[in-house]
Design a protein around this ligand. Structure first.
Ligand SMILES: N[C@@H](CCC[C@H](N)C(=O)O)C(=O)O
Length: 322
């Protein structure tokens, strides 16, 4: 096997959706394979680049699909869904000229999602049909309910459990500013009733079409916004009979519009995607095998760690919101 010199360079783009921030990597045009440890190091805000999620663009493995979309939390875990990431993914593949389509079909670990690039840079994501069946979430319960009681930290809380492709628990609170996000968030994320862990949303209803939301994300902690969490919150509010079909969701980092017509319908989410800068990181450790001239469909390249003398070049420093 040919070996490139140690310390290969990985090109990336730093992006965010309402402050939920991402490092996005094109794994079609460059070799990419990172260990869990390296992803954690790159995600570290003090010693790495810093991100809530790492998003990887790969060639699709299915017909009639444009790309494969892989998502890693900053703790290194690979997950099924990321709503804000999906909007950034759509903007990234167009900015990088990997496609010029306005409707982009993307393969995720939980099926195919569709991204639509609209006017003014707004991107709409069809997040799929929410799943409320406990084993499919997964959530430990003998039957489906709209509201479950859960014992946590010596108290009983009520939550709605559902999957948006990834697992969510949603609690109703009077005021998100005083909600026990950092106390209950990590405990519920790791609660035994969520065997795959979960994202925990704290939902405040302002009126039937306006909510406020904070989300303690699985594998990333509290983020400024969570797209799948916003969808889960609207579904939870609708299941409880508290919300209309189209809802403005106010998160700490900005607003999203989420629409759900009800049982059996997909959830639609609309919002912005922002590109912040492009950079390079030099990866030390394991040598990166050279990419062959015509890589096979599933070709994967070596493993690497961020080097001590990491270089990041900022080619575009001003954030450009579209
Ligand atoms: N920030 C995301 C969700 C990312 C994945 C999540 N932390 C999980 O583990 O399921 C979003 O915008 O949906």
């Amino acid at each position: 096997m040919n070996q490139a010199r140690r310390g290969s360079v990985l090109n990336f783009t730093k992006m965010h959706g309402l402050g939920n921030d991402f490092v996005v990597v094109d794994a079609i045009s460059q070799p990419f394979r990172l260990s869990t440890e390296t992803i954690r190091e790159l995600g570290n805000r003090n010693f790495g680049i810093g991100f809530d999620q790492l998003l990887v663009v790969e060639p699709p493995g299915l017909p009639d699909v444009d790309f494969r979309y892989r998502i890693f939390n900053s703790d290194g875990s690979e997950v099924e869904q990321c709503g804000n990431g999906a909007r950034c993914f759509a903007r990234f593949v167009r900015d990088q000229r990997l496609t010029n389509k306005k409707i982009i079909r993307v393969q995720t670990a939980k099926g195919v999602i569709e991204l639509r690039v609209g006017k003014g840079g707004l991107i709409t994501v069809d997040m799929g049909v929410p799943e409320m069946n406990p084993p499919a979430i997964p959530f430990a319960a003998d039957r489906r309910k709209e509201v479950y009681t859960v014992e946590v930290a010596g108290q009983t809380v009520e939550l709605t459990a559902l999957s948006m492709g990834n697992p969510h628990g949603v609690l109703l609170v009077d005021d998100v500013d005083t909600a026990p996000v950092t106390e209950l968030g990590p405990r519920l994320e790791n609660h035994p009733r969520f065997p795959a862990r979960a994202n925990i949303g704290f939902l405040q209803i302002l009126d039937r079409s306006h909510i406020r939301l904070r989300v303690f994300e699985r594998g990333a902690g509290e983020t400024l916004a969570c797209g799948s969490g916003a969808c889960a919150a609207v579904v939870a509010g609708r299941l409880r009979g508290l919300l209309d079909a189209r809802v403005d969701v106010e998160l700490r980092g900005g607003h999203l519009v989420v629409e759900w017509q009800g049982e059996g319908s997909p959830v639609m989410m609309e919002g912005t995607a922002t590109s912040v800068f492009e950079g390079q990181v030099r990866l030390a450790g394991e040598a990166q095998p050279r990419r062959r001239k015509s890589p096979g469909k599933n070709a994967r390249q070596g493993d690497g760690k961020p080097a001590q003398n990491r270089q990041q070049r900022s080619r575009q420093t001003a954030a450009s919101r579209r």
